[in-house]
Each structure stands twice: as C-alpha cells, then as structure tokens.
Design a protein around this ligand. Structure first.
Ligand code: BGC
Length: 711
C-alpha cells in the first residue's frame, strides 16, 4: 500500500521500533506498566504504537488524539484488550460456552462483544484463547475450549467470524488475536508458565488444529505462548512461528508477543541481554513486543551487532501498519459515535443473548430420581457461599462490573412464591470459619429440597491460578457433608473454571449442575433450569476426572498394546482408582431422555475425495420436550501410527417433543479422517474406519458402524 510505503520511508528507526512497541498503561505491574505521563511522553515521541489494557471511549479518544495531533507522522494507535467472554455484557467463560457445543451461539456472543468493544475504542481483542488442555490443574482451562482439537477448531472459526465480522475495519468489528500458540495447555503438571515437552505429532495433532482453523478463518493476529516447547521458548520459535505458521499456513497477519515475554527470553536462559532477546523474537517473526520494551531498548543494539537487519524491522512495521489500515484506523481512529436508540436496543439484545448463552452452557451431571426440575410447592433451602454476583462473572470480565449481574439468590427469590426460599451461607468460599454451618443445617431440616451452591471464585481460575488440588476451597466440604447428613434431597450447583475432583460429593448429591461462570444472567439462567422453564443441553467439553492422579485425562487416548480390562491386571489401569473419568467428554443430561439407534453410513465404501452421509435415528423417550446434541466420533481401525480410540468429527442437534423421533445427519468428508502420518503431513490411510454416534464419549452408549476407504 502506498500510504504505508510512504510512511516507512519517512520514519526514523525510533519511530519504526515505536510501531512495534505495545505499552501497558497503569501501575500494576512495574516495571512493565508505564504511568500516564510516561505513556503520553512515549506516544508523542513516536515510541509507542499500541496499548494493552486501555479501554473506554473517553480515554482511548484522548490518547488517540495525542497520537494524531501531537506526533510527527500522525499514525493512529491500536488499543488491544482481553475481551474473552464479553465486554460490558459478560457471557459465560469460554470453557462454559464451549459446553453449549453451538458454533452459532459462539459467533453471536463474539459479535455482540465486538460491537461493545469497538464502541469502547478498542480495536483488537486478545481472544479467542484456543489452547487445548487436558489438565484441570491449569487455571487457564477456564479460558479454553477444552480438551478436543476438532471442537477447538470449530470454536476458533466461530469466534474469529464473530469478532471480525465482515471485516475488521467495520464499526462493529474488532481484530482477533488468537492465543497462545505453542501448546501452552500442556504445561508440565498443570503449572502455569512451566515448560512443555511433547512430541511433534502431539503438537500437530492436538494443539495446533484450532490455530490453523483460526488462520484459515482470517484471524488478524496471533499471540505465541509464554512457555518453551522442548527448550525453545515460543517467543523465539522460528520453526513454529516462521516456518509453520507464516510459511506453511500462509499467515500474513501480525504476531504479538505475550505480556513481557520478549524480555523473559533472558530469564528463560536462552540469551544474555534484551538486545539478544529482541533479536530472537524478531527473527522468529514477532512483530509487536507487548509490554517488555525489549524492542525499544534492544533492537537498536541488535541492529548494530548485525543480529537483525533493517529489512526485518521494516517487514514487521509494514505488517503493523497494514493491520492499522485494515482496522480502518487511518479513516476512523476513534470509538464510533453510537446512536442512542441503537445502543439501548443492543443492550437489551445483549442481555437476552447472555441469558441464552448462560442457559446453554450449564451442564447437568447427575439427576437422580428426577429431582430436577423442582416441583411447585416445594420449600427450598438455598445454602452455600456461591450465590451472589461477586466474584462470579469470570476471570476476564472486562467492563462487566459496569452492568448489573443477576445473582442466583435474587433470581430464585423472585421466582419462588413468598416464603418458599430460605438462605444460609454456611461458610465462605475460603477461610476456616465454620460457625455458620449450624444455621445451614437448621434451614435444611425445614426444607423439602436443598440447593447447595458451592465452588471456586473467578480469582481461583485464569492466569497464574493453577491448583494442585482442583476441588472445593476452604471449608465447603465440611458444609456439604453436614447438609448431606440432614438427608433432604440435595441439588449441588458447582461454579468453577475447571472440572473439580469431587467423587464424594457427586456420590452423595441427588443432582449436580455445573455452572462454570455464567456471566451477567447467571441467576436467571440457573433459575429457569432449576424450575424447568428451560431444559439443560450443555455437555462437558473436557473429561471430568475422579482424582488428580488421573490427570492428564482425555477421551481420545491412543490405543495401547494393553488396553484396560477389568479381568486382566496387566493392562493399563490403576490399582486404586477406576480408569474411567467421573464423567466423560460430552456428558450432560437433560430433563428428556433420548435413544439413538440405527446408525448408517452411505456409501459404506468410499474414495479419498468422497463424503459420507452418516445418519442415525433419535427418539425422545422422556416426558419433556428437549434438544439433544449428538456427537460423531471416528476411529481408524488400523493405521501405521497407533490410532486414537476415538476422535470427534461431528456435532449436530435435534429438538424432539416427548415420544417423537427424528433423524440426525452428519456430512463427513473422507479428508477429515486424516491424521499426521510419517512426515506429520495429513494423510488418510486406506482401510476400515469405525464410526460411532452418541450423546457423549461413553463407549458403552455409542452406536457403531464401519466404512471402508479405498486406496
Ligand atoms: C496473558 C494474555 C493476555 C495478556 C494481556 C498475559 O499475561 O497471558 O493472555 O492477553 O496478558 O492482558
């Protein structure tokens, strides 16, 4: 583009490096965050090209004016912010929203978030987070789409479409910075920022597919992860970033480092000083240095030393300026002026969408003897510390505190007849005080049914929030056990950012619902589900382990030479724990019950370029109308690389009245049966494949058939 080339010619080295520098404004993380005065000074001098974490129409407009009116070249700033699950209207956290298994919903919530975000002057969101993970100890499970690469890829496409809309320059769109490429979800022992050491096959098969899908969907920006991969910090990983992502995948957008990650190459121990750190990152293809100022401090010296060339710097600047042009910043640098009527209508629509998303994200794990939905006339005791709105919006709640969040307690109170609801907190989420348990027991005794609302708070989840014991913090177990002793039918509501290992609780509760963190409409969604105005449809996007010892755990294991058998001890199991998870991937009950039968695949013998129509009959054998999400898994029966026992390749849904039946259909392209073969390139090996269809990955509940792929 001519404007960009003209700018490049006019820029000093310092101004070029400025375009590659993203500053953090604030004083929370010294020395990475600069004060207001420092930021203003840096912008005026052309030493800052973008900001992380600054949001809101007033402040972004003020700073943008400085860039446009008080700098030599008048280049607009990019404001980047973590809008992960809504800006003001906060939707369920990503692991929760993934449980909806619904790409249309995923796209809609991102679209709404993009509208609100752009209105706040922010043009780049550091989202979606696409780290596949099989380790509930890792706090960032809450931000992720769970354990499955195929599902993660669907999530990636939907979110990129939603955030970016018809183009990132449109007034209701933002650029999507997909993160954190580099198998971050496989950090050793679930400890944040720890090392990752996995095979190239696992990287290609499990961790990269969502990123590839995001690139194919046109994601504007990619952020590499903090961790190293087999000793190579991702921030300096030439093979991954330049060779795979840029060259093989054809990604021509911007790469932005994670917060301070360029300077951290020194701490990783791979370089001596920031100049070398800056050189390694630029060589790997990182265009923007987020918050470490290693480019500002180090690139001039790296250039002098000959570790980088001016051509490499120009290449990065060109990409950043191109991104600014695509974002429309040269023509529309400020937060768009919103029409008040439209804004008000959007707020109403956003709340409706937040309720829909929250309702669809809840997973009903257990419902013995039809305890749920609650019956009219029941006296309900609501017990537990996780019933308010505080600490429950989710780890990245952006500007969510600006709008009202509906709590479980207030929504239930409004929905039940006067006098039907009593409440006792019992204990706090954390802490040792158990003096409130007696009151909780007292109200449980007077009730027909108890709702026990337990879990984590948002601060227990997210970045730097790994937990070696992902269970209930504080004295919540003591509270639960005292309440179970009363013997009333008990529904447990679990708020958490990850699966919690709670076999004792799951055994004793009659019903268990996982809420994750549902956002501003938590209370209304949960109440509608509890009372049966809505029927649960959510499914686990991650296996739910029984104990920490089973982690990492996933449904899509590779076949071993000694698969577990209950009658042969020399098989792959544990002496002290069942081998199965507490609940498998895809598990989620509803108030209806479906039966799936008669799986057929046509044609049953196919060529490499064909597609297979996979159909099954589904009947609602329950008493309530409901919607069922049906999953299609595949297994390569024989392949030269030991195949996985099953892999998700299709999701569809069907709505059925009681006693009604219908047919679900998946279109399965033969190409989607490929796996990274000998040279890690995708390959479909001819032969037999098993197709499995069911409501979850529970092997005993799947219907199966086989097809043959001809060579
Ligand atoms: C996180 C990123 C985030 C960035 C900016 C980092 O600490 O790892 O996910 O986008 O901060 O807030």
């Amino acid at each position: 583009m001519e404007v960009i080339e003209n700018l490049l010619r006019a820029m000093t080295l310092e101004e070029k490096i400025g375009q590659l520098t993203m500053a953090a404004r604030g004083e929370v993380f010294p020395p990475n965050e600069a004060s207001e005065a420092e930021v203003l000074h840096g912008i005026r001098a052309g030493r800052i090209g973008s900001l992380v974490g600054t949001h809101g129409a007033e402040v972004t407009t003020r700073l943008q004016r400085v860039a446009l009116e008080e700098t030599r070249l008048r280049i607009p700033l990019i404001f980047g912010f973590d809008v992960m699950h809504g800006y003001r209207s906060v939707f369920p956290v990503p692991i929760g929203e993934t449980a909806a298994f619904d790409p249309v919903l995923w796209e809609h919530t991102a679209r709404m978030a993009a509208y609100e975000t752009r209105a706040a002057g922010v043009t780049l969101t550091f989202a979606p987070m696409l780290d596949v993970t099989r380790d509930p100890r890792w706090g960032r499970v809450v931000e992720s789409p769970g354990e499955d690469p195929w599902l993660g890829a669907q999530f990636a496409r939907a979110k990129v479409r939603g955030f970016q809309g018809a183009g990132i320059g449109m007034p209701a769109s933002v650029g999507a910075a997909v993160k954190h490429i580099g198998a971050y979800g496989a950090v050793t022992a679930g400890r944040d920022y720890a090392s990752v050491d996995i095979s190239d096959r696992a990287l290609n098969e499990v961790y990269l597919p969502p990123f590839r899908a995001a690139v194919e969907a046109g994601a504007a920006v990619i952020m590499p992860s903090f961790n190293d991969l087999g000793g190579v910090p991702t921030t300096a990983n030439v093979d991954l970033l330049r060779d795979t992502v840029r060259r093989r995948w054809g990604f021509d957008g911007v790469m932005v480092s994670d917060f301070n990650a360029v300077a951290e190459l020194v701490k990783h121990g791979v370089v001596d000083d920031v100049a070398q750190a800056a050189a390694l990152a630029l060589q790997a293809g990182i265009d923007i240095d987020m918050a470490s100022n290693a480019y500002g401090l180090g690139l001039p010296l790296a250039l002098e030393r000959g570790d980088v060339t001016i051509g490499m710097i120009d290449e990065a600047v060109r990409r950043v300026l191109t991104l600014k042009a695509k974002l429309g910043l040269f023509e529309h640098p400020f937060a768009p002026e919103l029409d008040t009527a439209e804004r008000d209508a959007k707020l109403v629509a956003a709340r409706r969408l937040a309720r829909e998303a929250a309702t669809k994200s809840v997973v009903l794990l257990k419902n013995e003897a039809g305890l749920l939905p609650l019956k009219p006339g029941q006296r309900v005791a609501l017990i537990g510390p996780v019933v308010g709105a505080d600490g429950l919006l989710g780890a990245w709640h952006a500007a969510g505190k600006e709008v009202k969040a509906v709590s479980i307690r207030e929504a239930l109170h409004l929905a039940l007849p006067p006098g039907a609801l009593s409440f006792a907190k019992g204990v706090d989420v954390e802490g040792e005080d158990v003096s409130g348990i007696a009151e909780a027991v007292r109200i449980a005794r007077q009730a027909d049914v108890v709702i026990l609302s337990l879990g984590e708070l948002e601060g227990h989840t997210g970045e730097a929030a790994s937990r070696a014991r992902p269970s209930l913090p504080g004295r919540q177990r003591q509270l639960a056990e005292a309440v179970f002793e009363v013997g009333r039918p008990t529904v447990v509501l679990l708020s958490s950012g990850r699966p919690l290992t709670l076999p004792w609780l799951i055994e004793r509760a009659q019903a268990v619902m996982v809420l994750w963190f549902l956002g501003i409409e938590t209370g209304n969604a949960v109440t509608a589900l509890l009372l049966g105005y809505a029927n649960p449809t959510g499914k686990l996007p991650i296996s739910w382990p029984r104990s920490v010892g089973q982690i990492p755990i996933c449904y899509s294991e590779r076949s071993t030479g000694r698969p577990f058998s209950a009658t042969d001890m020399y098989t792959s199991g544990y002496l002290d724990t069942p081998v199965t998870p507490q609940f498998p991937f895809g598990h989620g009950l509803s108030y209806s019950r479906v039966a799936i039968r008669n799986l057929r695949a046509t044609p049953a013998i196919v060529g490499m370029d064909d597609a297979i129509a996979v159909e099954a009959d589904v009947s609602n054998v329950g008493v309530m109308a409901g919607e069922e999400t049906v999953l299609l898994f595949v297994r390569d029966v024989v392949a030269r690389i030991a195949p996985r026992v099953m892999e998700l390749r299709g999701v569809t849904r069907i709505s059925l009245a009681p006693n009604a039946s219908g047919t679900v259909r998946f279109d399965l392209p033969v190409k989607s049966l490929a796996f990274p073969a000998g040279d890690l390139g995708p390959e479909v090996q001819p032969g037999e494949f098993e197709l499995m269809v069911g409501s979850s990955a529970e092997p005993s509940a799947l219907v199966r058939t086989r097809i043959t792929v001809r060579g």
